[in-house]
Design a protein around this ligand. Structure first.
Ligand SMILES: Cc1cc2nc3c(=O)[nH]c(=O)nc-3n(C[C@H](O)[C@H](O)[C@H](O)COP(=O)(O)O)c2cc1C
Length: 312
């Protein structure tokens, strides 16, 4: 069922950084990653911003296990998005992804993300400008929700994005107002597929291989993007694509120990205690042991103390 599927690792600001991309793509099954968003206001951002969000740019824009990583931009100004898109591609990003789905308040008052789903003409202008700034052989992809308040513009938005020249569309199958509340309305992706020809990636609420199967059936697209599901079950992409069994807790624990080494000795050491608690928060859904471990470390502030508990 998944032989033709491309499986994307979802962009997750503050969660899926280059270390997490490394950990998860090493386990196999992912064809592509999208970075956390780079917020574009009225400025051409310095190169260092791109290297910070996507250190993989220094290594051919691939994770250590060879999975390509595309930079995502978020903003509302077509010209500035275009200039920044050209820069990211110059630095090696294989194309550009545009974020039209972010629900965060601060993002919506500065216009960017999901609020743009109210104005298909603005989506069209942005994608047109970015398309013309990015070399033809590089993809421009966009990520949307089904709408802001309701789904009335879902098809029109998808069509506008295609007509403006995008090569690929990811659909998180909920409106902004629906937030992250289950279910995801995968059947709406099938409706979108009827009005556009470009490949569509289905996203939202895929936590297991059987969810992935139902999603492919209902959305009528073979391509998937998974976010929280891959944090809860780290080898979810390999379970889907290669029919692997879900990782056992002992393997997951080893992964957490490996991750601790990266985080502590990498450039983000000071974030480690929060990062590991955050990851365990997602894992609780899949592993009861994660909840126990979470409770054991929740009050610990130093990396060393946490690692000792992990190794125990
Ligand atoms: C903490 C968090 C951060 C996110 N950051 C981004 C982001 O930077 N860009 C984006 O397009 N989507 C972002 N998303 C949305 C996810 O990419 C994805 O669409 C959503 O989580 C639904 O997929 P899932 O059910 O597989 O997690 C974020 C979601 C979460 C929970």
């Amino acid at each position: 069922m998944f032989s033709e599927s491309q499986v994307y690792l979802a962009p997750m600001e503050g969660v899926v950084d280059h270390l997490m991309r490394d950990m998860l793509t090493r386990l196999g099954g992912f064809d592509y990653c999208i970075t956390e968003f780079v917020r574009v206001v009225e400025q051409l951002l310095p190169e260092k911003t791109y290297y910070r969000i996507c250190p993989e740019l220094r290594f051919g824009a691939k994770t250590p296990s060879g999975t390509p990583v595309r930079v995502q931009l978020l903003g509302q100004h077509p010209e500035w998005l275009a200039e920044n898109a050209a820069r990211a591609v110059d630095l090696g990003s294989p194309g550009i992804d545009l974020n039209f789905g972010c629900p965060a308040k601060t993002v919506n008052t500065s216009k960017g993300g999901a609020v743009l789903l109210k104005t298909p003409d603005v989506l069209y202008e942005i994608v047109t400008a970015v398309r013309s700034a990015v070399p033809k052989d590089q993809a421009v992809s966009a990520k949307i929700r089904l709408g802001f308040d309701d789904k009335a513009l879902a098809l029109e938005n998808a069509y506008a994005i295609q007509q403006a020249g995008a090569n690929l569309l990811t659909v998180h199958a909920r409106t902004k107002v629906e937030g992250y509340k289950p279910p995801a309305y995968w059947e709406w992706i099938a409706k979108i597929r009827q009005v556009i020809d470009i490949p569509v990636i289905a996203n939202g609420e895929i936590w297991s291989k059987s969810d992935a199967e139902r999603c492919v059936e209902q959305s009528n697209t073979p391509h998937l993007m998974i976010g929280r599901g891959a944090l809860a079950l780290p080898n979810l992409a390999a379970c889907i694509k290669f029919n692997q069994n879900p990782m056992q807790w002992a393997e997951v624990k080893q992964l957490l120990i490996d991750y601790s080494g990266y985080e502590i000795f990498g450039d983000k050491g000071r974030y480690y205690p929060n990062r590991i608690k955050q990851w365990l928060g997602y894992m609780k859904r899949q592993y009861s042991e994660a909840e126990v471990l979470f409770n054991d470390i929740r009050r610990l502030q130093s990396a060393n103390e946490i690692v000792q508990v992990l190794r125990h």
